[in-house]
Write a protein that binds this ligand. Structure first.
Ligand code: ADP
Ligand code: MG
Length: 548
């Protein structure tokens, strides 16, 4: 996509400042194409999809051609609905914020005439309105269009569909013939083409087609997350998957700053990259990121463009890009050199259709993901901790001098371990968020001495061994037994729970086919051990009771 900047478009300093204030980093394709043509004074027929930034594409030139010293109406913008008129007026106000003496007013039905009379009488250069109410004011003589230099029809196709054709024709005839006429429309149907032919001179067509794009082979997921939940969602996904190196894309510099600060405040190592940062500083940040000196880079599209880091595991679209090409550029940062990568996109409610749009144009599937619950995240973390501890134990050669010291001081080894886990943040029992069924079943009551198992983690299943604390079995024994007898690869056994008379361990389901037909007996030095499957719980039976 274009590397054109707003500075390249011939825009005044005041408007550039406003654009920066809005956080727009670079022009969207329709803006890059339409703004210069409009500033040259041509009539334009602009076509691009929703959300591609058409408002600024016409609002910026509209503001630029106004003479602040002349208080007559110089630009008329027609919109199909009052909501759109308000939105466009808001954006015009923001873009004109540093242009002194430029005033804009929305004029639409349903609002008080008094206020509109007052505003119009005071003198405004830009009027944004719906065709019906504009006609009203014209007929009352409260709106005079004889000094108009530019008329913009935003969403022209919709206005025609809504039956505004006659009003629009009359309005256009009330403006000077030498005006500039601008049509923006998602489609150019025959009636629109006819209107264009009648009311414009040698119009330039500015059409942004979405190209078909090829996408790298990365796993693509989207999550429906409201804006205020995005940070929580990001944290959960990072914790759950244990991502260590990723880029998070935002649409504005302000959002980049906000998110980078938030990540750092939460203890992640993160840095930022956007167009508002000096080139020297950007280079420094890039170099550090390439050396994986911090985990998460928060960036805008422009700044993220040159990034190529082979080990990158994750790209997050914290904000949905407004352009399919940007989506492809963004997710292309991962999955490089044939490595695995994951692309995660957050989407808020009404933007969901944009996901389908991206899917269509990229001809790839973006799967809908469900956020892991806080409980699942916590369980993953504990599991990881246990795996690490077991790996350490497996390596042997551990120095015991500190342990001995504490043992000599009289602490039990159990308390000692508990204290160390506590230090590691894994000492707390994992609480399930909501027990599905509160009622205790009859069998549960009967089995006073039974053992409670929490639901297994995703993809895992509990297996039971009929040896336990009475024989002083250790997690290491359990792992060795399971690996040997079930032929498990190393380090796949998850949480282990040793009770009196029985032990339980979580094993990935894919390794448990050998137990589906019944328990397996294993001879050991002490006694024959039976290994069996704990049946998967049915929904609603969240806590399984096992006799021990
Ligand atoms: P359209 O009229 O084409 O449907 P809009 O003008 O309503 O699109 O713009 C869609 C969204 O994109 C708005 O929230 C707008 O603020 C934002 N936007 C527009 N231009 C840019 C830009 N250059 N950079 C970032 N965001 C932009
Ligand atoms: Mg629009």
């Amino acid at each position: 996509m274009s590397e054109i900047l707003f500075q390249d478009l011939g825009i005044s300093r005041e408007v550039l400042k406003a654009v920066e204030g809005l956080g727009f980093e670079k022009p969207s394709p329709i803006q890059a194409s339409a703004i210069p043509v409009l500033l040259e004074g041509h009539d334009v027929v602009g076509q691009s999809q929703t959300g591609s930034g058409k408002t600024a594409a016409f609002a910026i030139p509209a503001i630029e051609i106004c003479d602040p010293k002349d208080r007559s109406v110089q630009v008329l913008i027609l919109c199909p609905t009052r909501e759109l008129a308000t939105q466009v007026a808001d954006e015009v106000h923001k873009l004109a914020a540093h242009k002194h003496g430029i005033h804009a007013v929305p004029i639409y039905g349903g609002a008080s005439y008094e206020r509109q009379f007052y505003e119009l009488k005071k003198g405004v250069q830009i009027v944004i309105g719906t065709p019906g109410r504009i006609m009203d004011h014209l007929e009352r003589g409260t709106l005079v269009l004889s000094s108009v230099k530019m008329v913009i029809l935003d969403e022209a196709d919709r206005m025609l569909d809504m039956g505004f054709r006659d009003d629009i024709e009359k309005i256009l005839r009330s403006t000077p013939e030498e005006r500039q006429t601008v049509f923006f429309s998602a489609t150019v149907s025959k009636p629109i083409r006819e209107m264009i032919n009648r009311h414009s001179r040698d119009p330039k067509s500015v059409k942004i087609d979405q190209k078909e794009l090829t996408v790298p082979t990365v796993e693509q997921w989207y999550y429906e997350v409201p804006q205020r939940m995005k940070f929580e969602a990001l944290q959960r996904l990072v914790d759950f998957h244990g991502f260590k190196l990723g880029i998070v894309f935002c649409n504005t510099q302000r959002m980049v700053d906000e998110l980078a600060d938030q990540l750092v405040a939460q203890g992640f190592s993160a840095d930022r990259l956007h167009g508002g940062i000096s080139q020297a500083q950007r280079t420094r940040v890039m170099d550090k990121f390439k050396k994986a000196e911090f985990e998460f880079l928060v960036a805008t599209d422009v700044a993220g463009r040159g990034i190529d880091v082979d080990e990158l595991e994750l790209v997050v679209n914290y904000d949905l890009p407004y352009d399919v090409e940007d989506y492809v550029h963004r997710i292309g940062r991962t999955g490089r050199a044939g490595r695995k990568g994951m692309a995660i996109t957050f989407v808020t409610g009404r933007d969901i259709y944009k996901i389908q749009h991206i899917e269509r144009f990229t001809r790839t599937k973006i799967s809908r993901g469900k956020l892991p619950t806080a409980y699942e995240v916590e369980e993953r973390r504990v599991e990881g901790l246990l795996i690490d501890v077991r790996a350490r134990l497996g390596k042997g050669n551990l120095s015991t001098s500190l342990v001995d010291r504490l043992l000599e001081e009289g602490y039990s080894s159990t308390d000692l371990c508990a204290a160390l886990f506590d230090l590691l943040g894994g000492g707390e029992p994992v609480e399930e968020p909501k027990p599905v069924s509160k009622a205790v079943s009859a069998t549960q009551k009967k089995n006073a001495g039974s053992h409670q198992l929490r639901p297994p983690s995703r993809g895992m299943q509990w297996v039971e061994l009929n040896v336990g604390r009475e024989l002083r079995v250790s997690p290491r024994d359990i792992i060795a037994l399971l690996e040997d007898s079930l032929g498990l690869p190393s380090r796949v056994v998850g949480i282990i729970d040793i009770a009196p008379g029985a032990s339980f361990a979580q094993v990935p389901k894919e390794y448990l086919d050998v137990l589906r037909d019944g328990p397996r007996m294993v001879e050991t030095e002490v006694k024959p051990v039976e290994i069996s499957l704990v049946p998967l719980m049915s929904p609603g039976d969240s806590k399984k009771q096992r006799k021990s």
